[in-house]
Design a protein around this ligand. Structure first.
Ligand SMILES: Cc1cc2nc3c(=O)[nH]c(=O)nc-3n(C[C@H](O)[C@H](O)[C@H](O)COP(=O)(O)O)c2cc1C
Length: 179
């Protein structure tokens, strides 16, 4: 295993606040679940945080968002992003976070990946979900990140994000990001 604990990390994540489905009911999340996890990872690793944002925001309503997301998936869409990472070359390790949408990552994650050259870098996925775990997302990532090394991802259930710090630490330790 590579010694990654000296590397400068980028924590890039997509997350959607607003109405979401958590443990069987619709709740309003002022901060998205994945954002909560991304910030915990930042606190532990002291890496740089980058929020992946789309020009067109997703609806506040949960069901409407599932419809938009389904259409984007069917069309293999690449929703346009409104921001870019400054100096991507200064990062060798990218922790990439997203909610699971329709058993994989949201399409803005594909836009993000295709905007940069990740060859030779290490990409480590993490997600929040309602039961699918990482779903198909690791396989889907490996198809488009052919020149990068992909490490084992972490999946946190949406209802567990506030208490996930220990699991995050254990995972970061297991993959060599922290000692
Ligand atoms: C469009 C959409 C599709 C979803 N599809 C799934 C799914 O297939 N499997 C799953 O476990 N959770 C699914 N969820 C639930 C989210 O993954 C979960 O609520 C996640 O924690 C949301 O993270 P966020 O607050 O960072 O956006 C879906 C949620 C949305 C909005």
């Amino acid at each position: 295993m590579k010694n990654l604990n000296q590397e400068k990390c980028l924590i890039a994540y997509f997350s959607r606040e607003g109405n979401n489905y958590v443990s069987g009911k619709i709740v309003n999340l002022p901060i998205g679940n994945t954002e909560v996890i991304a910030k915990m990872i930042q606190e532990i690793t002291k890496g740089d945080l980058f929020r992946i944002d789309t020009i067109n925001s997703y609806p506040e309503d949960y069901t409407e968002t599932t419809e938009v997301a389904q259409k984007e998936l069917d069309e293999n869409a690449r929703p346009e992003l409104n921001n870019r990472v400054q100096d991507i070359d200064s990062y060798n390790v990218i922790l990439l976070g997203y909610p699971i949408w329709w058993r994989t990552m949201p399409m803005p994650i594909l836009t993000f990946i295709e905007e940069y050259d990740f060859s030779g870098k290490t990409i480590i996925p993490f997600c929040t979900h309602e039961g699918s775990g990482l779903g198909q997302s690791e396989q889907d990532l490996s198809k488009i990140c052919t020149e990068a090394t992909l490490l084992k991802g972490l999946a946190i259930h949406g209802s567990q994000v506030q208490t996930a710090k220990k699991d995050i630490r254990n995972w970061l330790n297991e993959i060599g990001i922290i000692l």
